[in-house]
Design a protein around this ligand. Structure first.
Ligand code: HEC
Length: 140
């Protein structure tokens, strides 16, 4: 019984390894698209005292989750739009990623504190990172 579970685990992990790169790429492209949509949605939701805070908090949670699922492990370039430079210049790349994350986390805090101007700042901060990162690290 134990042996067959071990074998199954081994088989599964080999299978996962072989598909890993394509999955990672698909997952991060989806996560980025979700971030794009949900930031737009957040922008629409923020409306001074008329903001739907509950809805905004939900959107901010989805953004946080999506942002945390994005990863660029070595060897995940083939078949994606990721540029080689990501792995040559990791520090700058990670800084930009962290800035996007900070904006999202500011948005989340703002949604809890019912602070509309802080929410707008958070969205702006996150959106500022898109173009600068794509220009340097996404090839078409
Ligand atoms: C730190 C770098 C970085 C930041 C910040 C970043 N992106 Fe990207 N983005 C990338 C890279 C690299 C890809 C290509 C990923 C791939 O093909 O595997 C990508 C892909 C995408 C895609 C998938 C569509 C496509 O080209 O296949 C969308 C949509 C996207 N980004 C939107 C955004 C938005 C919106 C923001 C800002 C809120 C953002 N990105 C911030 C690096 C970044």
């Amino acid at each position: 019984m134990k042996k067959s579970i071990l074998l199954l685990t081994l088989l599964l992990s080999t299978f996962t390894w072989a598909n890993n790169s394509a999955d990672v790429i698909e997952a991060r492209q989806k996560a980025f698209s979700l971030i794009e949509d949900q930031l737009d949605k957040a922008s629409d939701l923020v409306d001074g005292n008329d903001t739907n805070w509950q809805q905004l908090e939900l959107v901010a949670k989805q953004l946080t989750h999506a942002s945390h699922t994005i990863s660029f492990p070595e060897g995940s370039r083939e078949g994606s739009k990721a540029s080689d430079k990501i792995w040559q210049d990791t520090t700058k790349f990670e800084q930009l990623m962290a800035q996007m994350d900070q904006g999202i986390s500011e948005l989340y805090q703002a949604s809890q504190q019912h602070n509309a101007s802080m929410a707008e700042d958070g969205i702006d901060k996150a959106e500022k990172t898109c173009r600068s990162c794509h220009r340097a690290y996404r090839s078409r």
